[in-house]
Design a protein around this ligand. Structure first.
Ligand SMILES: Cc1cc2nc3c(=O)[nH]c(=O)nc-3n(C[C@H](O)[C@H](O)[C@H](O)COP(=O)(O)O)c2cc1C
Length: 376
């Protein structure tokens, strides 16, 4: 039996196994509820995968401190940081959230009424807007400066186009991963000169597209060859990893499965939804951010569907929801918060250390690939 599972991408990234922890942020700015806190990212990197940290930091100083703490835990081993770079944003002329909210109240009173009714119906105490700065090109640029200053080994860009920073990243010796949900996005990322593409199928947790992993991955592999591709969306076992390799990917970008780890900081309600839910409990909606996102079904998602209203564009929908979401969190009602998670939850039912999740995936993938020989 071969004693390891290794692809050319592993050498490119300097890792042992072709498994990457998806950088995940879930609408919060706190490490205390982060899906990928520093300790989980370090655990995956130290187990031989690539840990990627999601953007759960209140401000640039905390982001900088988080990167430095991570580096102190992993030494010379590689790691990444992921930001959302939304491609389509509603036109906002100010970074003042109160002003944006006032604009929403003027332009979209029916949407505000849905939120007010949710607060009333669930007996919550209305919360104000959070302190975080709304997403803007200027804020993104300042965050990217922090990554460049720290020479973070890998930058992962979700949703949008990283063209504005790939050249500077390469100058710093960094590698860039671009995420895509369709072949046309992959072509844009190749033009932006990224190093690796993640092809994410619709079954994924969080922001996601409309094409399944099985269908998307080989098309992206063919479209961007010889650029290496990571498969994402619904990968939760070694059988899935073996399949991803068979589809031509050189590794897997794994999100929801690592949310069953002991090291994640997602609230207990969210982790229990993943451990107990069926695949059909995780559907998509735009109610959280204005972009298509897969999460556990709850009363709030249903209320938006029942309203018949189109959700607002990013970042307006997230700001619109804040008074409710912050009120629900303050009341400990994490069942009323949108909890991003994927369809793979239906076969995840054990909470374990991240290292065990990773090694079981590696070992099962190897056994699967070897077992397939019997069909020849
Ligand atoms: C809780 C959660 C938060 C996420 N946040 C982000 C994010 O901030 N940036 C990003 O690139 N992808 C994010 N994603 C998507 C993941 O990067 C990844 O593509 C997805 O989890 C893969 O599918 P899987 O969940 O089936 O493993 C998130 C996913 C989840 C479940």
């Amino acid at each position: 039996m071969a004693d390891r599972l290794h692809t050319p991408l592993c050498d490119m990234l300097g890792i042992e196994y072709p498994i990457v922890l998806a950088g995940m942020a879930a609408g919060g700015q706190a490490q205390s509820t982060a899906p990928t806190p520093v300790k989980l990212v370090a655990a995956v990197t130290n187990a031989g995968g690539l840990g990627v940290m999601g953007d759960n930091f209140a401000n640039l100083d905390e982001l900088d401190a988080g990167i430095k703490e991570l580096r102190s835990l992993v030494g010379d081993r590689p790691f990444g940081v992921d930001f959302l770079l939304p491609a389509v944003r509603a036109e906002v002329t100010t970074t003042n959230k109160e002003e944006i909210y006032a604009q929403i109240e003027r332009d979209h009173p029916n949407h505000v009424a849905v939120v007010e009714e949710l607060i009333r119906e669930h007996g919550l105490e209305r919360a104000g807007l959070g302190p975080s700065e709304p997403m803007s090109t200027d804020l993104l640029n300042r965050k990217i400066e922090v990554l460049l200053d720290n020479k973070v080994p890998v930058f992962a860009a979700a949703l949008g186009d990283p063209a504005m920073m790939t050249e500077r990243a390469h100058d710093q010796g960094m590698q860039v991963i671009g995420m895509v949900g369709a072949v046309r996005h992959a072509e844009r990322h190749v033009a932006a000169n990224v190093d690796i593409i993640t092809a994410q199928g619709t079954e994924a947790g969080g922001h996601t597209g409309y094409i399944s992993t099985m269908v998307l991955v080989p098309q992206v592999v063919d479209a961007v060859a010889p650029m290496p591709v990571l498969a994402a969306g619904g990968i939760g076992s070694g059988r899935h990893l073996a399949t991803a390799l068979a589809l031509g990917a050189q590794g897997a970008w794994v999100g929801t499965a690592f949310l069953t780890s002991e090291e994640t900081n997602i609230p207990d309600d969210h982790q229990q939804q993943i451990l107990r839910g069926q695949s059909s409990d995780f559907t998509t909606s735009k109610f959280m951010s204005g972009k298509n996102q897969r999460s556990y079904n709850n009363a709030v998602k249903q209320a938006w569907a029942d309203s018949g209203l189109e959700n607002l564009d990013m970042p307006l929908q997230g700001i619109l929801q804040e008074p409710f979401t912050r009120a629900a969190k303050a009341a400990g009602r994490y069942d009323l918060v949108g909890n991003p998670s994927g369809q793979i939850s239906g076969m995840l039912n054990e909470r374990r250390p991240a290292k065990d999740i990773l090694m079981d995936m590696v070992n099962e993938a190897r056994d699967t690939i070897e077992g397939l020989q019997k069909h020849l």
